[in-house]
Design a protein around this ligand. Structure first.
Ligand code: TPP
Length: 517
């Protein structure tokens, strides 16, 4: 067995069963091993950012790491933006990055680069495996690192001679230490904060606190103490819909976020950082908690939000309470007429099927969609936590690979869509059950308000030219077709609901270009 095969077998033994790959010469032994080893589901992405985003989506839906296979420094660098998003989302990923044979590096040939240097800012764990006999054990350590709560990026660099040289065998993955248990004094402090402030207290939730059980516990705690429940702005995955405790994400716009937090005198953080503005703006605060509000950390982002909420509910005697805020089943009427943001939200709410996974990169268009989908059948909602656009269609690929029996709906702004559009080819090739909705407003609309917010008002034609996508217009339907994905353009809400109805009633990839601009 060579080193590459020992690694593939170690990955499989350690529960890493999916590889999102874009290989080159230095990864050929890993590729060759795929035919000798049963069980690794290998998916080709036509850009490394598709691979890293797909691994992120896979982790969000399974809580298990996938691996990527990337080609030396440049391949890793191409994957970096979506690795950044995955890192912020707390997703575990094992990156396998090819490298020149160690004796070859001295000749500084074209692809030679400081791979560890590229990896470090986007990884929690980085190692170049020195020999073919160490690759399996290092692979096992990478899996162990990727599983550290809530999930970490582990980057294993594989010099070519370690892949083709003789291996010792397959390694067992050591157990990953569990996240820290909630500390009694933190639980007592959080309980005191909630009881003392009653209706002006807030549970501020992130990470796995936003899964069904976490929200149910929050609803019980709210029933007992009267506190409000608020989700963070960036959320990796919210389980929502009818029968689940409903929550709102903190708004992107500073003033709206401040309005949502207004009146809070005690805030208890569970799996979330303190609320902060996305950017600094002249004259506006960075930290969004109202002045005078006291913050108590029950559980940080690397803690155990579910165990923490269980402990808090027990401390408050709330475990048998009936949770408040449970969403009642109900859908909006199918909307008609010209596109409005409200109408688009209703079109989604009217058609979203049970078990859907919504990947939201709709930027300005979908910000207000939550109220129209609160009573829809149970579904998951995934948002970008790293702010680097181009995350949506790759994450949809990973979510669909993870959950082949669920419909994935990717809502993507036209600007964002153009970063990683080649992911539609992977959707078509793998027959993934994904409906991609592009919101073609023919602009980087968000940046108009950002210009004003940072004080760079009154854009002239040259500034405006940096924000518009209408010269030339982009034919998303035609592009999708060329990548093997059928679809349609829609120009009004009747057309949209008809197309959504069609997309939901069939299986497989489908594109809807919502022409708004
Ligand atoms: C990698 C990266 N490059 C640039 C940006 C800056 N940026 C933020 S939103 C945006 C435009 C988004 O346009 P679109 O997806 O069409 O949504 P809209 O604003 O029109 O709602 C840009 C360029 C970013 N966030 N990430």
């Amino acid at each position: 067995m060579n080193g590459a095969e020992s690694l593939v077998r170690t990955l499989l033994k350690g529960g890493v069963e999916v590889c999102f790959a874009n290989p080159g010469t230095s990864e050929m032994h890993f590729v060759g091993a795929l035919d000798r080893v049963e069980g690794m589901h290998c998916v080709l992405g036509l850009f490394e950012g598709v691979c890293s985003g797909a691994a992120d989506g896979y982790y969000r839906m399974t809580d298990r790491p996938a691996c990527t296979l990337l080609h030396l420094g440049p391949g890793l660098a191409n994957s970096a933006a979506n690795l950044h998003n995955a890192k912020k989302a707390g997703s575990g990923i094992v990156n396998v990055v090819g490298e020149h044979a160690l004796y070859h590096i001295q000749y500084d040939t074209p692809l030679t680069a400081d791979i560890e240097g590229i990896a470090r800012p986007f990884s929690h764990w980085v190692k170049t495996s020195p020999t073919s006999k160490s690759v399996a054990a290092d692979g096992a350590l990478a899996i162990q690192a990727a599983r550290v709560a809530p999930g970490q990026i582990a980057t294993l660099i594989l010099p070519a001679d370690t892949a083709w040289g003789e291996a010792d065998g397959v390694a067992d993955t050591p157990d990953t230490p569990p996240p820290p248990k909630p500390r009694k004094e933190d639980v007592v402090a959080a309980a005191k904060a909630l009881v003392s402030a009653g209706k002006s207290a807030m549970l501020f939730l992130g990470g796995r606190a936003l899964r069904t059980r976490g929200l149910e516990l929050a609803g019980k705690i709210a029933a007992k103490t009267g506190c409000r429940i608020q989700a963070a702005g960036g959320t990796a995955r919210i389980e929502r819909g009818a029968g689940r405790v409903a929550t709102q994400r903190l708004h992107f716009v500073v003033e709206t976020a401040q309005e949502m937090l207004k009146g809070t005198t005690r805030m208890v953080l569970v799996g979330a950082k303190p609320p902060a503005a996305f950017f600094a703006y002249p004259g506006k605060p960075s930290l969004l908690t109202p002045s005078g509000c006291e913050t108590t950390v029950l559980c940080g982002v690397d803690g155990d939000p579910l165990a923490s909420l269980e402990a808090l509910a027990a401390e408050l005697g709330a475990l048998n309470e009936k949770p408040v805020g449970v969403a009642q089943a109900g859908r909006p009427e199918r909307p008609t007429g010209k596109f409005t943001l409200e109408g688009l939200g209703k079109a989604l709410g009217a058609t979203i099927p049970e078990g859907a996974i919504v990947v939201d990169e709709s930027v300005t268009t979908g910000r207000g969609f939550f109220p129209y989908t609160t009573g829809a059948p149970p579904h998951d909602w995934l948002n970008n936590m790293g702010g680097s656009i181009g995350y949506g269609t790759p994450v949809a690929v990973g979510a669909a690979v993870a959950c082949p029996n669920r419909k994935v709906i990717a809502m993507i702004g036209d600007g964002s869509a153009m970063y990683t559009f080649q992911s539609l080819w992977t959707m078509a090739r793998e027959s993934l059950d994904i409906c991609v909705m592009i919101f073609s407003n023919r602009s980087y609309k968000i940046l108009y308000s950002q210009l004003a917010d940072v004080g760079a008002d009154n854009p002239g034609p040259r500034a405006t030219d940096m924000l518009t996508l209408d010269r030339p217009t982009i034919d998303f339907q035609g592009m999708a077709k060329s990548l093997g994905m059928p679809g349609a353009q829609v120009h009004d809400l009747e057309g949209l609901t008809r197309q959504l109805g069609h997309a939901m009633s069939q299986r497989g990839p489908y594109l809807i270009d919502v022409v708004m601009g």
